[in-house]
Design a protein around this ligand. Structure first.
Ligand SMILES: [Zn+2]
Length: 214
């Protein structure tokens, strides 16, 4: 038993994990990483506003959270990237999956441990950890030892997509993917790396952050 009474929204279940093969395929005069066979939904754009930009290949995963009879046991160390992505794009709570924004203040509560963010300015950071709504924060602290050990709750005024965490590959002699880097930040404007990246999480930049008194 895991000892968890709540399975956080972003945690993956065993039967959601997918191990489809990837390879390099010719695309627009160069090679890009692709699933075999590929479907258009495998590639994700930075945002609807940047529809002309090249896409990034997102690691495949199923979404069976609403199907308890099919999803299998939870895998507490694995994130479901589709639900992580949805949390970032729609600002949903990573624990319960409901909107995280505080309706009264319009600010988003965002607990962060030191290991999941990188400072980009006096009141801004980059992170792949989604927000947590006010009502889930006590529960998250109680049940997540990592969060309890070293965390600060911030309120966040604005969120902007920054890029992805990705595994990088280079094409081998038979276009087979050869790993070159694991879990590295690839900004949306790193055009050279995007065809070689398999995204495993979306990264956002948080602005107007204020620490909240415990
Ligand atoms: Zn919540």
């Amino acid at each position: 038993m895991t000892g968890y009474t709540t399975i956080p929204y972003t945690i993956a279940y065993a039967n959601e994990l997918v191990t489809d093969p990837v390879t390099f395929e010719p695309y627009a005069g160069r090679l890009r990483l692709a699933y075999q066979p590929s479907v258009p939904g495998d590639w994700i754009k930075p945002s609807a506003a940047k529809s002309w930009e090249p896409d990034v290949l997102r690691a495949r995963v199923r979404d069976l959270r609403d199907k308890p009879d099919q999803r299998g046991p939870e895998r507490m160390r694995k994130l479901n990237i589709r639900r992580q992505w949805r949390c970032m794009r729609k600002l949903l709570c990573q624990v319960c999956g409901s909107p995280a924004t505080d309706l009264k203040s319009g600010l988003i509560p965002w607990p962060l441990t030191k290991t999941v963010f990188e400072r980009t300015g006096p009141n801004s950071v980059r992170t792949n950890a989604p927000p947590t709504c006010w009502s889930c924060i006590p529960k998250a602290l109680e049940e997540c030892p990592m969060l309890r050990a070293d965390f600060t709750v911030y309120t966040v005024a604005a969120v902007e997509t920054a890029g992805v965490l990705a595994d990088l590959y280079r094409p081998g002699i038979f276009r087979e993917p050869i790993p070159t880097a694991h879990n590295v930040f690839v900004p949306w404007d790193a055009h050279r790396y995007r065809p070689r990246a398999l995204a495993v999480a979306e990264v956002v930049e948080l602005h107007g952050m204020e620490p909240v008194d415990p």
